[in-house]
Design a protein around this ligand. Sequence first.
Ligand code: DGI
Ligand code: FE
Ligand code: FE
Ligand code: FE
Length: 188
Amino acid sequence: MKKKKAIKIVEEKLPKKRFEHSLRVAETAVKMAEIFGGDAERVEIAGILHDYAKYDGLSKLYQKVTKYELDNALLAYNSEILHGPVGAAIMKHEFGVDDEEIYLAIYHHTTGRNQMTLSEKIIFVADYIEPGRTQPGVEEIRTIVFEEQKLDKAIYEISKRTVLYLVEQDHVIYPLTIDCLNYYNLEK
Ligand code: DGI
Ligand code: FE
Ligand code: FE
Ligand code: FE
């Protein structure tokens, strides 16, 4: 898919704020690709598309999990966990985005996972640090990315903060979220 088409479908689908977040994730991802040697064109498209399914209702998300034969375990989770995998599948099956890197980057953008590809890493991190994000500690992560230029360290720090937050809120933690935390723990 070309950039122009990606922007068009996301602009038509998402509320303005979420559309603008998507564009900022794409811009941040391009900057990161320049630093870390990633594929700028691919991560730009993945960034624009990553939250496409964010506001789909749960029953629609469940239908797509079944229709596109995604992991049935997803059916026990909410839209926070589902919008990545379902968004990836929609791009592949409904828009003909035939690119494994983009698929994986959209699929895992919320949870991360162990052994991410470079594009997955970039989208996972860019989603957390795009300039519109204001969560406590985000500036520390930006420093790790743009000054220290340590991508895996940034992933671990994001994972750790996310898991601490989820536990604090009594939210269920998806297994890949824990895999990500453990895999990118630099002490191991
Ligand atoms: O879609 P965005 O808001 O841009 O960001 P996101 O897709 O990275 O995360 C969406 C939400 O999902 C965020 O509030 C954190 C939450 N989340 C991440 N990992 C898990 C999770 N929620 C649950 N319940 N379990 C997880 O493992
Ligand atoms: Fe998301
Ligand atoms: Fe994220
Ligand atoms: Fe996002």
